[in-house]
Design a binder for this molecule. Structure first.
Ligand code: PMP
Length: 443
């Protein structure tokens, strides 16, 4: 499968050689890397993308979950086209920014909002707001979760070279890559997902050290180990514990927001955090993020004690796209369609797993889902690392790419369906999975 993919992507290979001259690694972001060369895309429309070799794919990558609207959606195009002649940037507020804030407040039940240009900026600013509000420095996160590329959260995402990271209630903080100052690493403490008791014990220990956390930043459903759902009662327990210790609870909805429900994880799981961060699907393909919070927490922005700033925040083109996205594209019918598609893909994959007796199971929620290649249920990063069949995850990617199903290059990512996907796209994915299972088990 590997050599087949290489043979099919010779134009990408040529582009990689050219790109290498002046782009580090030949790409714009390290998450676009792939060995032996990345596959360069030329375009996308609806549920499809095509690469520079002219191969067309059904897109299940969807820009790491940003394109839940599908590519080049006419209503998003119209909003951008109407905005462009009136100017694209002033660094001054426009009406669309107000309308988007109103709609986000309605969907999330959090009254105060600000904008950023990316998910990283949203989590960076949210953490600063939580620190200002509580007067505390320590940040608590979930081990294995990714919240962007600023120093505070580039900690305890993986444990590459470590064999032992300590007991669940006293995990070692580990920098994710070089260049993160040790002082910052020490300020970020991680706990396992789906273990509220370990979280509380760690908080108690921090209290005795006089360094209670300012915030717990977490995804309500982990979205970078495939999809790992919260166990029943877990989010409620986290809500209760954080409230009891005066810790700001931040749901990082950069991935879950607008993909798993109209009102994200907060709606789907019915737990209200103090703050949420969003990006990805919000801008419908334009770079935009948002932070929402309660009156109390966001008061530190309102009274000017925290600078939540950015030249491009609330950029007119982005908020025009976001307005059309929220009001005209991501409608209740759109979410009903996503639920239908996800049920179909899950049913199809479950059937393949059963028929071929594969070591794995499916997880699906809203537009997101995955096959987790593991005999045991993955509940957090540790169980993921211990049990995931990486060989099968890698093979599935190659099988998909060679049969016109475009997926993210990492084995940790889930599929994202778009509202433009149809049953034929779903069936293409399932057929491809069936073919892989057949190949694996034929002798
Ligand atoms: N938070 C989460 C949960 C994410 O998945 C990501 C990106 N994958 C980010 C934050 C960072 O967003 P961005 O890449 O837009 O900076």
């Amino acid at each position: 499968e590997e050599s087949r993919l290489d043979a099919r992507t010779t134009a990408s290979k040529a582009m990689y050689e050219q790109a290498h001259h002046h782009l580090s690694g030949g790409v714009a972001s390290s998450y676009q890397l792939r060995d032996p060369w990345p596959i360069y895309l030329e375009g996308g429309s609806g549920s499809r993308v095509w690469d520079v070799d002219g191969t067309e794919y059904y897109d299940f990558h969807n820009g790491f979950g940003s394109m839940v609207q599908g590519h080049a959606h006419p209503l998003i195009g119209k909003a951008i086209a109407e905005r462009f002649p009136k100017g694209t940037h002033f660094a001054a507020p426009t009406e669309d920014a107000i309308v988007v804030g109103d709609e986000l407040a309605r969907r999330w039940g959090l009254p105060k909002w600000r904008y950023t240009n990316s998910g990283s900026e949203a989590t960076m600013d949210a953490i600063r707001i939580a620190r200002a509000y509580t007067g505390r420095d320590t940040v608590m996160k979930i081990f294995g979760s990714y919240h962007g590329h600023h120093d505070t959260v580039m900690v305890s995402i993986g444990f590459q070279d470590y064999d032992d990271i300590g007991p669940a209630d006293n995990l070692t903080s580990i920098p994710y890559g070089a260049g993160v100052p040790q002082a910052t690493v020490d300020m970020t403490v991680a706990v396992p997902f789906n273990d509220a008791a370990a979280m509380e014990r760690r908080i108690q220990r921090l209290q005795t050290e006089n360094r209670l956390p300012a915030c717990v930043i977490m995804e309500a459903a982990m979205m970078n180990l495939g999809v790992v759902l919260p166990e029943p009662g877990y989010l409620e327990a986290v809500r209760e514990i954080t409230a009891r210790y005066g810790i700001v609870l931040i749901f990082d909805e950069v991935k879950t927001g607008l993909t798993i429900a109209a009102g994200g994880a907060r709606e789907r799981f019915d737990v209200l955090p103090d703050m949420v961060t969003m990006s990805k699907a919000l801008g419908a393909g334009l770079p935009m993020g948002a932070i929402g919070g309660t009156e109390e927490v966001m008061s530190v922005v309102e009274d000017h004690s925290v600078y939540q700033v950015g030249t491009y925040n609330g950029n007119p083109l982005c908020v025009a796209a976001a307005r059309a996205n929220l009001l005209d594209v991501l409608t209740p019918d759109a979410y009903a369609h996503l639920d239908h598609l996800n049920a179909r893909i899950i049913e199809g994959c479950d059937d393949v797993i059963r028929r071929y007796n594969l070591p794995g199971y499916t997880v699906g929620i809203g537009s997101k889902g995955c096959v987790t290649f593991s005999e045991y249920k993955v509940v957090d990063y540790l169980t993921y690392r211990q049990n995931q069949r990486e060989d099968l995850a890698d093979l599935a990617w190659l099988f998909n790419m060679n049969r016109g199903v475009y997926m993210t290059p990492g084995r940790e990512e889930e599929w994202t369906l778009s509202i433009i996907h149809d049953d034929a796209a779903i069936d293409a994915y399932v057929e491809c999975f069936d073919e892989m299972a057949h190949e694996l088990t034929k002798d």
